[in-house]
Design a protein around this ligand. Structure first.
Ligand SMILES: [Fe+2]
Length: 396
């Protein structure tokens, strides 16, 4: 929904639809963009813009922000404002805060990786607020952030992978009933697990083709480098360290760097091995298009007992669902829909329909809880490319 607001009401996380001034009158390359940082926000205000049009479907809503300030939770605020059923709106209500937390985490890790290259240590005081926002969103409703992990920019792979890894680890730990402390610790480990890649030469890191044996040895060293960098971080938990130091270990002992086997790999380390592969497979890279989540889950199932702990693969699938949030599905009534929330019945999530494939016409977006439908069900998982769609086109 488009809304005109004053510059004073503008916040980080809002999506600018129209800056209401000429392209030459402001310092941004585009007139439409998401405000990702306080620096960008300041630039807009300094440019002397008085009123701005925002798109509340692509970013935070000014009303939600004000409600949040008056101590109403984000979910309560949006549910109170909406005439839709509250239970169907729980994820949608979380998207604004989730987007903000995701963007902040991405900015943090990209800055930290640049600093780490120059020898700067990771300070927990700087990581904690970033993780707290991600973790709070995961604890409120993890489907919002999980859905966002499907929207990827292949140029930002390492940073987005780090944030997605962190989100997936926290959702995984939450669904296994782990303590909030453990959830935050695996989140920190997830965000920082590949920090050692700052020491890997770019030509190896970004190589599109297969790595030579020597290049692969250098690539593998990023795990050791991550550990060495994180050892300098005062107060970092063993759980966080294990995520970084063990994410390439394999259950059968054929992983690296230490070749640990079975329960020699800690719980956090075994979880990290699953999450690393799942996220790498589902993300678009410069040299391949990401697989659909259902295909990645099949890969995990095939790797049980060799690469992954069989029990934890099962628990991970329970955590993300057979049709994870953000997945494109075709219903048996010929409507295309996006999975919004996975509930107890993994085969019947809450979906949002948006396209009638019979006449290829857009239909008004509508949330449907498939668990309350007897005849309506998912027919197949669809590929965004096949329908000439992109995950970020979806109007969450
Ligand atoms: Fe890695």
């Amino acid at each position: 929904m488009l809304k005109r607001i004053t510059a004073d009401d503008l916040r980080v996380g809002m999506y600018i639809n129209d800056l209401s001034c000429g392209w030459l009158d402001h310092p941004f390359a585009l007139n439409k963009f998401l405000i990702k940082s306080e620096i960008e926000l300041k630039k807009i205000k300094v440019a002397g813009v008085i009123s701005i049009e925002i798109d509340t479907k692509k970013g935070l809503d000014v009303v939600v922000e004000k409600r949040k300030q008056s101590n109403l939770s984000l979910r309560q605020a949006v549910n109170a404002l909406s005439d839709k059923k509250p239970e169907l709106n729980a994820v949608k209500a979380e998207f604004g805060a989730a987007k903000l937390a995701f963007n902040e985490a991405e900015l943090y890790i990209s800055g930290m990786m640049t600093s780490a290259k120059m020898g700067q240590h990771v300070e927990l005081e700087e990581v904690n607020p970033v993780i707290n926002k991600l973790c709070d969103s995961v604890l409120r409703n993890h489907n919002a952030l999980l859905g966002l992990t499907r929207i990827r920019n292949m140029d930002q792979y390492t940073f987005e992978h780090s944030v997605s890894f962190s989100v997936l680890m926290m959702s995984f730990a939450k669904s296994m009933g782990e303590s909030e402390r453990f959830i935050r610790q695996v989140g920190i480990g997830g965000l920082l697990h590949d920090i050692g890649k700052t020491m890997t030469p770019d030509h190896i890191l970004n190589k599109a083709g297969k790595l030579t044996a020597d290049e692969f040895l250098i690539m593998k060293d990023h795990v050791v480098q991550s550990r060495l960098i994180l050892e300098k971080t005062a107060g970092l938990s063993q759980v966080s360290m294990d995520v970084a130091a063990m994410h390439h270990e394999k259950y059968d002992g054929n992983g690296y760097p230490r070749g640990l086997k079975g329960d020699e790999i800690s719980l956090a380390g075994q979880m990290a091995a699953i999450v690393d592969v799942y996220d790498a497979l589902t993300a678009d890279r410069c040299y391949h298009v990401g697989r659909e989540p259902s295909e990645a889950l099949k890969y995990l199932l095939n790797g049980r007992g060799q690469h992954f702990s069989p029990l934890l693969v099962q628990k991970f699938i329970q955590s993300v669902g057979i049709y994870p949030a953000g997945c494109l599905v075709l219903l048996n009534n010929h409507h295309l829909a996006i999975v919004i929330e996975v509930k107890e019945n993994m085969l019947k999530p809450i979906v949002e329909i948006f396209l009638n494939t019979r006449n290829r016409s857009y239909v008004p977006n509508k949330l449907i809880d498939l668990s309350s439908q007897t005849d309506l069900k998912i027919k197949s998982v669809e590929n965004f490319e096949k329908w000439n769609l992109k995950p970020d086109m979806l109007k969450w």
